[in-house]
Design a protein around this ligand. Structure first.
Ligand SMILES: [Zn+2]
Length: 316
């Protein structure tokens, strides 16, 4: 096993840019605190639209070269967040963006939506057994907003956690992820953000999105963890700007290719769906690792074995 920091966080996303929009502040925080942050992105986002007119030729219906371009955007975003370990599921281009629900691209044999869940999950389980994360972050069963690749990313992430923990599955030592979270956005916070957009910058974008256009919006009672990303707001905005074909950032607001403004949320919300919360029921965690046993500091260059590097009480 690699000599990795004691705290290890894995995030699973559908397309380049989803990680910065949903978790940019969280990723920057844990990277800055010395945790090992791993991003697995399932597709290259080949079917995305393109905002800058000068790059319009990249789209799937023209040059079909948006995917490789977005690999570069993602790398730039990860530099802004301080995240060194970012990978594509299987390899770059192994699974293709499936397009919006109902699009003809859903049925392409290389579309992520067409991939058998167990096949894709086995690839992710390899990463889980390599990194041995205590915390996994992904989408809810609807993928936050119904995009096929987001739904599939959810299915693959949840299945991979099961496979990685199953001693009967594949090669490598089993690993149980202690806590799994789904990405959430708190309705009241999102509404306040839209109010601010309407009052302070009504003309910043050609239009304004609706609250329910924001993925993963739920009432506050479903939210169990809240990461205050105020200190990392600049890093998050810079990471989003790095996805220049997909996002325009204007102060505390941004728009996707639909030109509809929405708030850039620096406090990021989560729902714990597997594992034990580190705080009493009814209160919110402010650390995704809350309640986990203190992990031993890694010993540089010691070439630790899997056994000595495992976290006490982690349970295999
Ligand atoms: Zn996406």
């Amino acid at each position: 096993m690699k000599d990795l920091p004691a705290r290890r966080l894995l995030l699973v996303h559908a397309h380049p840019d989803d990680e910065s929009i949903n978790n940019g502040a969280t990723m920057a925080r844990y990277a800055a605190e010395g945790a090992h942050v791993t991003l697995v992105t399932c597709t290259l986002g080949e079917e995305g639209e393109v905002i800058p007119p000068g790059l319009a030729h990249l789209t799937a219906d023209r040059d079909d070269s948006l995917g490789p371009h977005r690999v570069g955007e993602l790398a730039a975003a990860m530099r802004e967040l301080g995240v060194a370990d970012h990978r594509f599921l299987g390899a770059a281009g192994r699974f293709r963006d499936s397009g919006m629900m109902g699009a003809a691209q859903n049925d392409r044999p290389d579309a992520f939506w067409s991939a058998p869940v167990d096949e894709a999950a086995a690839l992710l389980a390899e990463v889980i057994r390599e990194i041995r994360p205590q915390v996994l972050v992904t989408y809810d069963p609807d993928g936050g907003y119904g995009h096929p690749d987001h739904i599939q990313a959810h299915r693959v992430a949840m299945r991979a956690a099961d496979l990685a923990a199953d001693p009967a599955h594949g090669a490598g030592a089993p690993h149980t992820v202690a806590k799994i979270y789904w990405n959430r956005a708190e309705r009241a916070v999102v509404e306040a953000g839209f109010d601010a957009l309407r009052t302070t910058a009504p003309d910043a974008f050609p239009g304004i999105a609706a609250v329910d256009d924001v993925p993963g919006v739920v009432g506050g009672e479903e939210i169990t963890a809240e990461i205050d990303g105020t200190a990392y707001a600049g890093a998050k905005a810079a990471a989003m700007r790095a996805h220049a074909t997909q996002i325009v950032v204007d102060g505390p607001f941004f728009a996707l290719s639909n030109d509809l403004g929405q708030p850039l949320l620096t406090t990021e919300h989560y729902q714990l769906v597997r594992g034990v919360a580190g705080v009493p029921a009814g209160s919110r965690e402010h650390d995704l690792f809350a309640g986990l046993p203190d992990a031993p500091a890694s010993v540089p260059g010691a070439g630790v074995s899997a056994a000595s590097a495992s976290v006490p009480g982690e349970g295999v």
